[in-house]
Structure formats: structure tokens, C-alpha cells
Design a protein around this ligand. Structure first.
Ligand code: NAI
Length: 698
């Protein structure tokens, strides 16, 4: 049963019991309605308490029901709340731990609410591109005031029950009890107190206004517009709360419902829902049982204290894990430690870290120049130069010194993990942990599963990723893994566009208007053009004839590696990051084009976006065919968290579904006709062709 029914004295207790967070799916709604009817019919019952079992009162709607008829099936949440309001006996919501979304809306429909301290109260629907659709925008302003309510509805972030209880004049909570443990007893006592109270109070009958009236909402709209950017929901939240101040309750409810239903059909909501589910699905690996025992990771060693080693050390220290840092040379070690300290000091300066935390975190860091000192670490990650010879030597050493059962990881971004694992006598303990730079900031972690990586190694590093607040995606072994394998084709297209008539600024602008945090040329200037140069040199040997625009090589031959050298695709003023169009680059591209005998053509932003994004889609589909990624939503996660793909588009694969795979494949076939492009690459992946024939999505 998803709602437990008991009678204690003269009070019926309906306990939501639908783990993990008492989501209000159809079965729970039916059980709640039945429980309510039973309590109302029982003459011995004088009052009713609604509570939540386990670790929540209720986390709200069941997101997997969104977009399916189940979400609307009766009793839907609105009908449940109407039934609650219409109850002829006092109804008391007793909330603890988590009271969010539909859970809070249900509580707002009750006659009384009492709360345990520390309860996280929120209307987080905006984070899914929606607004609260069961009265939240109409009832919350009536109990805590328009401004606090709008802040909660637009922000979606939880506020603690005691903070809300402290708001002047609030009517959200009738009582704040001592603790979660005493909540039920106090709820029963409260129920006895109000058993005979009539008329029963209803939130809908409370007034709702703001002293500055519409002036306030104009101000709110201006603020929200800046934050909302590509998302319609935040402004709609303002509209809905304003409706609460302007209209009768029933009309405000109708407005909220209409707006909610309209938002449900937006691509932005679909994108955010997709990402929410994608994140939850990411750690699930099809052939790895969820109950695989974990190896404890209580201490970490990092080999190499450069850019990545330092960033990774900070990520572990922030999670309270002791880190031992190893370098080949004392100078490099001192430099690495100084950078870590500076990174913390700058956080303290910006007020992001309390000063006492700085020393606390650094006290977890120890250093060494000797491999033998790493012996005890549960996990060791190598972040030395991207050179197979150097990595081979490091892994032989790690194999010699590390205790049995320790996990041996490499942060390589391009090298063959299986070859690295073969340098040890324990390839089952070797895994790739591909962090993105800056490693303590970027949320993405590609976990690279070698041919022999043990399942418990995989699950243990996935659990560790969660601990250090990373979103981890599992990738098989291939050149570039998921993200860099795809980005190569994206960057190739950007190069071809220069040959055909674009400027770097035009391409960047088109991609940034589409929603990318940075266009491909600004991104390359930031990460360093020399990285791609090295890849192209390698490709020239491995895959002779593999096509690239030569402009990027011409750029690198001038030492224009990007921001770090003060010049790349753009010019940079020392100390600043503004990308300034470069006359030299324009001239170089024009001259190169002329040397190929090409006449520049006018290229639309639509073509730019399609060629770059569909290049990601085609390679993404091949990655799925090859079994490198387990599911297409993993690819979306990689691109959103690692490469600045626009969140409101849901990732490249989700975007392809939005556009329609038929259209995507047709565009690829068109691009294949362009003699300046790579016709072989644009053959649509077999997976895409099959899905089009079957009328399916990715
Ligand atoms: P880096 O050049 O900043 O740092 C490498 C460090 O390793 C240097 O401090 C060097 O002294 C040390 N080192 C070299 N040989 C060593 C040895 N035998 N024993 C101990 N220490 C040794 O390089 P970075 O950028 O930190 O890259 C490290 C690894 O991370 C590479 O495999 C790279 O492909 C990978 N990576 C780099 C990313 C980036 O954006 N920089 C992103 C993701 C992965």
C-alpha cells in the first residue's frame, strides 16, 4: 500500500508510504483519496493527520508520469487537493524532511500544517521548465506573502521550515515542533486541539496582494528576464503569482492550470525533464548489477601535480578525502602545491570559502616524491604528461607499490586505456577517470571502462563521483572516448566553414545564438589550439587522407595557441579574455581560400548550426552503434556538462529527436553532396537510418 491507514485515539493518520520520497503517482493518489473517504466515513474519527513515512513528507509529483496520461488520470493532484479542502473534519499536514512540489501543494490544501525543523520546503517545478500546477502559485503567496513566495517559485530552491516559520505574519505553518521524532505525537495532540474548530480554515480564503501592486511585478519581471534567458517558465511564474493578486482564487487557479499545461508542451520542459531522467540513469550500467559490492575509497593518491592533478586534488580535498600528491621533481611538486593553495585563497577572497576551511582542507594534503609512499591509498589517479611512454612507466611503478585491491586510474584524454592496463599485473583494477578542466569546477567525469575493468571498480568510482559532486558517464575505450571523439567532427565542420566563406566570429555567433556557452573558435582559444594540432598530426599518420581545413595548422604555425599565448583565432589584450576579431586571421583565411581556388559563398546561420550539431549527432549515433556509450542520454549529459551544449536543447541526441530524425538524416545526405566537405562522414549512421525507417526516436 502506498498510504498506510491507522487510527490513533480519535485521529486517523494517513501515512504516505511510497519510497523513496513518497511521490504522488497515481497509485498513491488513489490510496490517499480512499483513506480520506474512510476517515470521513468513520464516526469515531474526529480529525485526520496526513504524514510521510521514511525520509520525506513528499517529494511531489512522480516525474516519470509527466507527459503520460497517468499524470492527468483521476484522481489527479488537483482533485485530491479539492477533496482535502472539502473535508468536513480538520485535516492536518505533518511535514518533515522533504516537502516539495506537489507535496507542498497537498499540504497547502490541508486546513492546518505543522512542521519539523530542518524540513526542506520548495516548489521546484521551474527546474523542470514548469510552474507548480496544483495551486502552488495561488496558495503559497497567500500564506507567506507575495515576495517570498515568488522568490521560492522562480528560484525553485528549498527553504528550511524554521526559516519560513520565522517570516513575519506567515500562515504556512501553524506550529513548528521540536523534532522529526516528536512530529507525530505533536500532530496528534494538535489534532485533538482543533477537532471541534469550525469553520475550518482554508488557504484559498486568505487575501493576496502586494503593497506596490503591479509595479512590483514589473520589477520582478525585469529581474527574472535576465536570469531566465532561454526558458519561458520563470516569467510565467511571475504571471501566475500576479494573477493570484489580481483575480479571484478560482480564476487564478484556472490561469495557473492553463499556463502549466502550455509549459508542459514546450521543448524547454522536455529538455529539462530529459536531463533530469538522464542524470538519474547515468550511473546505471546495463550489465552491472546495482547491488555490486563497493570497494571503500577513503584515501586518494594523485600522480602529477600539473593542471589536472592539482584540480583533481582540490575536488577530493573538498569532499573531505585525504590526498597524497606525487611529482617527479621537487620544483614541480612545490609549484603544484602553491597552485592548490592559491586556488583556495582566491575562494576565500571571493567569500566562497570560510578562512578556517582553507587550512582544514590543506591539512588533508600530503606530498611525496617516492612511489612507495602511495602504497596505502585506496585509489590512485595518474595525471602525468599525455605520452604513452611516460604513462607506461608510471603504471609499472603503481603496479609494483600499490596495495592489493587498490584502484588504479588514468586521466588520459586520448590514449588507449587497455594498453595502459596491460602494463600492470592487475588490469581488472585499472579504469579511466577522465576529468575535464578545471577539474575541481567542471561537473562532468567520463569513467572509461577498459576491456578488463572489474564491475566493482566501476561501481566504486561511480559512487566516488557522486561523493565529489560530479556527474559521471561510462564510456568504452576508443580514441577520444565519448566527448572528444565527437568534438573532433564538430571542429572539422567549423574548419570547413572557414574554407567555404565564414569568419570565426560568424560561426561562433551562430552557435552562441543557438545557445552554446562558447562557439567552437572561442572554445579552442580557451582550451589551447595546440591540442587539436597534436591530434591532427597524429591523424595524418593513422588515417592518411582524413580531411581537415588547413587554417588551424596555419594558425598554430604562427604560435597562435589561443588565450595562453595572447593570440589565437582572435586577438587578446593581456590580462583580459575578450575575443577581438583579428585582421591577421581574416587575411590568413582569405589567402588560404584563394590558394585553393575557392570563391567564398554566403552561409546561413541555420547551415552553420546544422552542420556542427548534426556532426555531433552522427558521430554520437556511431558511438552508440559501437557500444562506446550505453545510452543516448549519456551522450547528452557529456555534451551539456562537458562542452557547454545549451541546456534548453537537452543535448545533441535529444535535439535530433526534437528536429525529427527524418529531417536530420535528410540534412546529412544534403551535406554529403558538398564537394568541400567529407562525404564519407556524412553517410548517416546505420542506427539513424534504421530509426527513421521504423519511425522511432533515438
Ligand atoms: P600538465 O603538463 O599540466 O601536468 C603534468 C604533470 O605531470 C607535470 O606537473 C609533470 O611534472 C608531471 N609528471 C610528468 N611525468 C611524471 C612522472 N613520471 N611522475 C610524476 N609526475 C610526472 O598536464 P595536464 O594538462 O595536467 O594533463 C595531465 C593529463 O591529464 C594528461 O594525460 C592529459 O591528457 C589529461 N587531461 C588533460 C586535460 C586538460 O584540459 N589539460 C583534460 C583532461 C585530461
Amino acid at each position: 500500500m502506498s498510504v498506510d491507514y491507522t487510527v490513533q485515539g480519535q485521529v486517523a493518520v494517513l501515512t504516505l508510504n511510497n519510497p523513496p520520497v513518497n511521490g504522488l503517482g497515481l497509485a498513491t493518489r488513489v490510496a490517499l483519496t480512499n483513506g480520506l473517504a474512510r476517515a470521513l466515513a468513520d464516526e469515531a474519527v474526529v480529525a485526520i493527520v496526513i504524514s510521510g513515512a521514511g525520509r520525506a513528507f513528499s517529494g511531489g509529483a512522480d516525474i516519470t508520469e509527466f507527459g503520460s496520461p497517468k499524470a492527468f488520470q483521476e484522481p489527479n493532484l488537483l482533485s485530491v487537493i479539492l477533496a482535502v479542502e472539502a473535508a468536513t473534519k480538520p485535516l492536518i499536514a505533518a511535514v518533515h524532511s522533504v516537502c516539495m512540489g506537489g507535496g507542498l501543494e497537498l499540504a497547502l490544501g490541508c486546513h492546518y500544517r505543522i512542521a519539523a525543523p530542518g524540513c526542506q520546503v520548495a516548489l521546484p517545478e521551474v527546474k523542470l521548465g514548469l510552474l507548480p500546477g496544483a495551486g502552488g502559485t495561488q496558495r503559497l503567496p497567500r500564506v507567506i506573502g507575495v515576495e517570498p513566495a515568488l522568490n521560492m517559485i522562480v528560484g525553485g530552491t528549498p527553504v528550511k521550515s524554521e526559516q519560513l516559520f520565522a517570516l513575519p505574519g506567515q500562515k504556512l505553518f501553524d506550529k513548528l515542533v521540536q523534532s522529526s521524532e516528536s512530529l507525530l505525537a505533536e500532530a496528534l495532540a494538535f489534532a485533538a486541539e482543533v477537532a471541534n474548530a469550525r469553520p475550518l480554515p482554508l488557504v484559498r480564503q486568505l487575501p493576496c496582494s502586494h503593497p506596490q501592486g503591479d509595479g512590483y511585478f514589473q520589477f520582478a519581471r525585469n529581474r527574472v528576464k535576465g536570469m531566465a534567458k532561454h526558458f519561458p517558465a520563470p516569467l510565467k511564474c511571475v504571471d501566475a503569482v500576479q494573477a493570484a493578486t489580481r483575480h479571484k482564487f478560482a480564476d487564478g487557479m484556472a490561469f495557473e492550470r492553463d499556463t502549466f499545461l502550455n509549459l508542459m508542451w514546450t521543448p524547454e520542459h522536455r529538455a529539462l525533464k530529459h536531463l533530469f531522467l538522464a542524470e538519474r540513469a547515468a550511473p546505471k550500467v546495463p550489465d552491472v548489477p546495482a547491488d555490486t559490492a563497493l570497494r571503500a575509497i577513503k584515501s586518494v593518491a594523485v600522480v602529477g601535480a600539473g593542471t589536472m592533478g592539482g584540480g583533481m586534488a582540490v575536488a577530493f580535498l573538498n569532499a573531505g578525502l585525504p590526498v597524497k600528491l606525487l611529482e617527479a621533481q621537487p620544483e614541480a611538486l612545490a609549484r603544484g602545491v602553491a597552485t592548490i593553495r592559491q586556488s583556495y585563497e582566491s575562494q576565500v577572497k571571493k567569500g566562497k570559502l570560510k578562512p578556517d576551511k582553507l587550512e582544514q582542507r590543506l591539512s588533508l594534503l600530503t606530498t611525496t616524491l617516492r612511489y612507495d609512499d602511495l602504497h596505502d591509498a585506496d585509489l590512485v589517479i595518474e595525471a602525468v604528461f599525455e605520452d604513452m611512454g611516460v604513462k607506461e612507466a608510471v603504471f609499472r611503478e603503481l603496479d609494483r607499490v600499490m596495495k592489493p585491491g587498490a584502484i588504479l586510474a588514468s586521466n588520459t584524454s586520448t590514449l588507449d586505456l587497455n594498453h595502459i592496463a596491460a602494463m600492470t599485473q592487475r588490469p581488472q583494477d585499472v579504469v579511466g577517470l577522465h576529468f575535464f578542466s578545471p577539474a575541481n569546477v567542471m561537473q562532468l567525469l567520463e569513467v572509461v571502462r577498459g576491456a578488463q575493468t572489474a564491475t566493482d571498480v566501476l561501481t566504486s568510482v561511480l559512487a566516488l563521483a557522486k561523493k565529489i559532486k560530479k556527474t559521471a558517464v561510462v564510456s568504452g575505450v576508443c580514441d577520444g572516448f565519448i566527448g572528444n571523439r565527437m568534438v573532433e567532427h564538430y571542429l572539422r565542420q567549423a574548419g570547413f566553414l572557414l574554407d567555404e566563406g565564414c569568419t570565426p566570429a560568424q560561426v561562433d555567433r551562430a552557435m552562441e545564438t543557438f545557445g552554446f556557452a562558447m562557439g567552437p573558435f572561442r572554445m579552442s582559444d580557451l582550451s589551447g589550439n595546440d591540442i587539436g594540432w597534436a591530434v591532427r598530426k597524429r591523424r595524418a599518420v593513422e588515417k592518411p587522407g582524413f580531411k581537415f581545413s588547413q587554417t588551424a595548422d596555419l594558425l598554430c604555425e604562427q604560435g597562435r595557441f589561443g588565450q595562453k599565448t595572447g593570440a589565437g583565432w582572435y586577438d587578446y589584450v593581456p590580462g583580459k579574455r575578450d575575443a577581438l576579431p583579428s585582421a591577421w586571421v581574416t587575411q590568413m583565411i582569405d589567402a588560404h581560400r584563394a590558394s585553393l581556388g575557392l570563391t567564398p559563398r554566403k552561409i546561413t546561420d541555420e547551415e552553420i548550426v546544422q552542420r556542427l550539431v548534426f556532426a555531433l549527432v552522427n558521430e554520437g549515433a556511431r558511438i552508440l552503434e559501437d557500444g562506446i556509450a550505453n545510452k543516448s542520454s549519456d551522450i547528452d549529459i557529456v555534451y551539456i556538462y562537458g562542452y557547454g551544449f545549451p541546456v534548453h536543447r537537452g543535448g545533441p541526441m535529444a535535439y535530433a529527436n526534437e528536429v525529427g530524425l527524418f529531417n536530420v538524416v535528410a540534412a546529412m545526405q544534403r551535406f554529403a553532396q558538398n564537394p568541400l566537405d567529407d562525404a564519407a562522414f556524412w553517410q548517416p549512421a546505420a542506427l539513424l537510418q534504421r530509426l527513421v525507417l521504423e519511425g522511432k526516436t533515438i
